[in-house]
Design a protein around this ligand. Structure first.
Ligand code: SF4
Ligand code: SF4
Length: 81
């Protein structure tokens, strides 16, 4: 099953050195480039973030790399129903 981002936990890598807007740990480390960043309005977004990650589940290869690199522990594998 593909990986999924918990949108309450993802802070867009806010405050992590070298991860300014437009970059993030998960985006940099996904080998198939199936994670994209979507812009947020910091005044209304959770944790005042500027962006959040979205995973293309059709392209995700279930490698679990992004789970390990996310300091927010915001990514998990989607459980099969
Ligand atoms: S899911 Fe984790 S690694 Fe990816 S942008 Fe959000 S906080 Fe950063
Ligand atoms: S599990 Fe692997 S392929 Fe899927 S989004 Fe995470 S890093 Fe990318």
């Amino acid at each position: 099953m593909p990986a999924v981002v918990d949108l309450e936990k993802c802070n867009g890598c806010k405050g992590i050195e070298g991860k300014e807007k437009g970059t993030s740990s998960c985006v940099e480390d996904c080998s198939v480039e199936c994670i994209t960043l979507v812009e947020d309005d910091p005044s209304s977004a959770p944790q005042g973030r500027e962006q959040h990650a979205v995973i293309n589940q059709e392209e995700c290869t279930d490698c679990e790399t992004c789970i390990d690199v996310c300091e927010q522990e915001a990514i998990s594998m989607l459980e099969e129903e």
